[in-house]
Ligand binder design. Structure first.
Ligand SMILES: [Zn+2]
Length: 246
């Protein structure tokens, strides 16, 4: 028996938008194109915006003794300010679409490029510099809950659960090859303060930003690490949105 053929489909969407879809399930193409168009219209992307989507079934999942990496975390990319986004999994593709569109539209917020000492990672940690991903991902998940009318409280529980599970299996010296700390830990530490952060934005000065990021994040990290110290690592889905009845 051979695998179904992968087809390349192109959809012209209203207002000059495009969807380029690689899929083995071509019958679902029109439904996906409709969803993509609705999301892009909601976000207000400019004419000519393109989505490149590889409809590939590769769920993000790690075993109880496994440390996450690119293969089990990432789902797409975009270049800030450029009207193209790329998504390479079908799992929670709409959350990735929201995340990458935030980058493409340059809606990212500023963040230091190395962890603040108050975050307690120690001086020998290897951390990816794109810490701004924490806010981008928090923003994407907040939009995703709004789009699907999903409970933000449930999403918060999921964020904390994943953060605690990852901290529970973290080696003494933190080392990552993708933004694990930003996507899962720093995001969960920022999340309880989303209402304040919306008002604060980037603040005015670097000093002010650093102070806010310490005073908000440090107590949350202590809370998460305290729970992780007594948590048993379990097999874990790394998908970032809680899949409840979708
Ligand atoms: Zn990103």
């Amino acid at each position: 028996m051979t695998d179904p053929k992968t087809e390349s489909l192109a959809f012209d969407l209203p207002n000059g938008k495009h969807l380029y879809l690689l899929t083995q399930e071509s019958a679902t193409g029109p439904r996906i194109a409709k969803e993509v168009n609705a999301l892009l219209e909601w976000l207000g992307v400019p004419t000519g915006f393109s989505v490149h989507l590889w409809w590939r079934n590769d769920p993000r999942r790690i075993e109880a003794n496994e440390w996450p990496g690119k293969r089990t975390v990432n789902g797409g990319w975009a270049i800030p300010g450029q009207p193209n986004i790329y998504i390479y999994r079908s799992e929670e593709y709409d959350r990735v679409l929201l995340h990458e569109t935030i980058h493409a539209m340059e809606w990212d917020w500023q963040m230091p490029e190395s962890p603040l000492p108050c975050w307690g990672l120690g001086t020998d940690a290897t951390v990816q510099p794109a810490l701004f991903e924490a806010w981008t991902e928090l923003y994407a998940e907040w939009l995703w809950c709004g789009w699907h009318n999903q409970s933000w409280d449930q999403q918060r529980d999921w964020q904390d659960y994943q953060a605690i599970q990852i901290l529970a299996r973290a080696p003494p010296r933190w080392a990552e090859n993708t933004n694990i700390f930003a996507y899962y830990i720093l995001k969960a530490a920022l999340a309880p303060h989303i209402a304040f952060l919306w008002v604060f934005g980037n603040g005015i000065t670097q000093k002010e930003r650093t102070r806010v990021l310490c005073e908000l994040v440090e107590p949350e990290l202590i809370r998460l690490r305290t729970e992780a110290a007594v948590a048993e690592p379990e097999a874990l889905s790394m998908r970032m949105t809680k899949n409840e009845g979708l």
